[in-house]
Each structure stands twice: as C-alpha cells, then as structure tokens.
Design a protein around this ligand. Structure first.
Ligand SMILES: NC(=O)c1ccc[n+]([C@@H]2O[C@H](COP(=O)([O-])OP(=O)(O)OC[C@H]3O[C@@H](n4cnc5c(N)ncnc54)[C@H](O)[C@@H]3O)[C@@H](O)[C@H]2O)c1
Length: 225
C-alpha cells in the first residue's frame, strides 16, 4: 500500500513541471488527485499519462486560475465532489512574472505577478483550510516558494518578493492552523529545468529592451475564461 493511500490532494500548476511530477508521484503512492491548472491541453495530457499508469479513476482536471477566488473555491469543491474529502493542497502554480529594472516596472506588471504568485497561494490556503477544518481530520497545505524568496539575486524583484511573502504567510498560517492539526509548509526549490526555467532564460536577452514593456511571458498560453 502506498504512503498516501486514502488521501486526496489538490495540486495547482499540476499540468506541468513540478506539479505534474508531484501529481504522478502522489498517484503512485495511492492518493487521489485533482490537478488544477489554466493549461487544458497539458492537463489532458497528464490525465492520459495517469490513465496509462492505471490511475484513470484517481485523477481529475479542474481548469483553474489560482488568482481568481471563485475558481479556487470550485477547485476545492471538485475534490470534495469527486473524492469525498480533502487532505492536502499543494499551492504550486506559478509564472516568472514581471522581469526588468525596478524603475521601469509598471504597476499592472507588479500586480499581475503578485496576484498569480501570492494571491493564488493565499486563496489555496484559505479555501483549503475551510474544507479541512469542516472535515475535522487535519491536513497538509504545502506551497512552492523558491530560493529567490530567501536571498537576493535569485529572481526578478516581483517574483522574489512574492516568494518571500509565501514563506512569511506560511509561518503565520502554520501557527494559526496548528490547533486544527493542519500542517502548513513551504518548499523553496533551487533552479529546476522545467518550462518555467527555460522560458525565463529565453527572455533574459530582452530584459533591457525598451520595446517590450510587458514581460510577463511566462503566462500560460491558454486564455482566461
Ligand atoms: N523551475 C524552477 O527553477 C523553480 C524554482 C523554484 C521555484 N519554482 C516554482 O515552482 C512552481 C512550479 O513551477 P515549474 O517550474 O513547475 O513551472 P511550469 O511552468 O513547468 O509549471 C507551472 C504550471 O503552473 C500553471 N499556472 C501558471 N499560472 C497559473 C494560474 N494563474 N492558475 C493555474 N495554473 C497556473 C501553468 O499552466 C503550468 O502548468 C512555481 O511556483 C515556480 O515559481 C520553480
């Protein structure tokens, strides 16, 4: 029996990179999983791979923009409706976000970056905690920060600020939810060769170009609803 047998997890950004590999690993360990992501084609591809591994009935895809509260509520509801419980929320979806000199960064670039990276984690914690508290059996909320949130120079300023804030938010929410036996943790990976990493590298050459003011190129191609 796998280490996660009987457990139900929601994984944001589960259609690609870290989230996808986590979802497949969770399935192999016996969990049932909802992958929540904006990218439907990649989400479908993960369902296909999961089915090939014998997990067809243990996985769902919920098209979700983690920056939108109603979508996050729906993502949690999807897990409860499909699998009847919620044990883990992995707030992992992310983008590179605004990239470039601080004195050239526009407010909408900043706001967009913080909404995708930080509001998304806040919403996952909020609605994950609501479901877990109602269930009364504890749980685990994990969020993806980054080494960029621990030290300067690890990423762009908006990205670094959001990732640092995730660590702070994790500490305060962990203390708040401990009496409910809900563990709250963050992970802080270094560079991993995912698409996000490669997209960031490919945009570095244009960082000082004044022609391209909107540099949130890591945004998923699938448009919002
Ligand atoms: N790759 C690295 O080097 C690295 C290092 C440290 C931290 N991280 C963090 O790890 C997490 C996962 O990154 P990855 O490297 O696997 O990237 P990735 O691009 O491979 O996967 C990110 C996924 O998040 C989804 N996503 C983006 N915005 C979304 C939104 N608003 N709503 C729902 N889904 C959304 C994308 O569609 C994609 O499937 C991110 O939070 C990232 O900041 C990555």
């Amino acid at each position: 029996m796998g280490r996660l047998a009987g457990q139900v997890a929601v994984i944001t950004g589960g259609a690609n990179g870290i989230g996808r590999d986590t979802a497949l690993r969770f399935l192999d360990e016996g969990a049932r999983v909802v992958i929540a992501d904006l990218n439907e084609p990649n989400g479908e591809a993960v369902l296909h791979v999961a089915a090939e591994r014998g997990h067809r009935d243990a996985i769902r895809f919920a098209r979700t923009d983690v920056a939108e509260e109603r979508a996050v509520e729906a993502m949690i509801r999807c897990a409860l409706d499909a699998f009847g419980r919620l044990d883990c929320v992995f707030n992992n979806a992310g983008i590179g976000g605004a990239f470039g000199p601080i004195d050239e960064t526009r407010v909408e670039e900043w706001d967009y970056t913080l909404a995708e990276l930080l509001r998304g984690v806040f919403l996952g914690m909020k609605h994950g905690a609501t479901a877990m508290k109602a269930q009364g059996q504890g749980g685990s909320i994990i969020s993806t920060s980054s080494v960029a949130g621990l030290a300067g120079g690890g990423g762009a300023h908006g990205y670094s600020a959001a990732k640092a804030a995730i660590i702070s938010l994790t500490r305060t929410v962990a203390a708040e939810l401990a009496p409910h036996r809900i563990r709250v943790n963050a992970i802080a990976p270094g560079p991993l060769m995912t698409e996000l990493f490669h997209r960031r590298r490919s945009t570095r050459g244009s960082l000082t170009s004044r022609g391209s003011r909107w540099r949130c190129r890591q945004r998923p191609r699938t448009p919002r609803a």
